[in-house]
Design a protein around this ligand. Sequence first.
Ligand SMILES: [Zn+2]
Length: 269
Amino acid sequence: MTGRNLNLYFDRPHRTLDVDEIQGFLHSLGLKSYFRGDFYRANKVDLDEVSMALAGLRIRDLNREDSLNVNPVENDVSQEKSILKFTDPIVLERDFSNIYSGFHLARLLRRYVGSGLHIIFTSRLPATFEGTRYHGRVIVADFPVAVVSTTGIVEAPARPREYYIRQAAYHRAQHAGLPVPEEPEFMQELEEGFKEGFIGYDDTRMTEVVKGCTLQAAFYLIFGEVFCQNPGCRLYNAHTQKEMIYAQIESGMLCKHHQAMLEDNFSCV
Ligand SMILES: [Zn+2]
């Protein structure tokens, strides 16, 4: 059924993402996909217009719901324009000033697509408001569009507890004026020490994790199915890096129920 075909696009995802491998994985499950290249070019998007719109979707205050950058200053817009000129992944600012409202981002990108289902791999970090603040997300969707964020994979699920304890201890020592290494040096060492425990930007496991996230997006777009309760299923909604690595790499499987959904609906499985 052509209505179930997936169009895949790039919006500057991290380079460790191998789209051929993703397509091979989808194909092995009976899912047909087409890689369309750069999202904006493929959909003939007016770059001036979308730069303005994207700048307006940045969240100004992570502790305040709907605090969007409604009147973006020229600098925000020109930053967006220069992002779109190149294919380099977007670096998350240390002050978190370039996090996007997730629902609005999916809704904006939906405006530009034609028929079919669409999955966009991006390095933009989408966030949604829950409880008292915005939280980074790996996937945001607005049918027939789903956005999968490589930055989200690195930043959204919580890292090991010990990681945060050491980071906090460093900042306490720094504030107290104790002799500590420079912050970039400390962070590099900290990340090195925990690198098996979370997915990093240059991680060779990135594509494997994105496979499962793509499947989550595909299940939502095709079946309206959102996540799975089984921690060993690729569709599990992981809140920690440990859970994500377990579902996507150590298990790397779909649960029986979701495997059967594919088998019942796609003949080539
Ligand atoms: Zn499942």
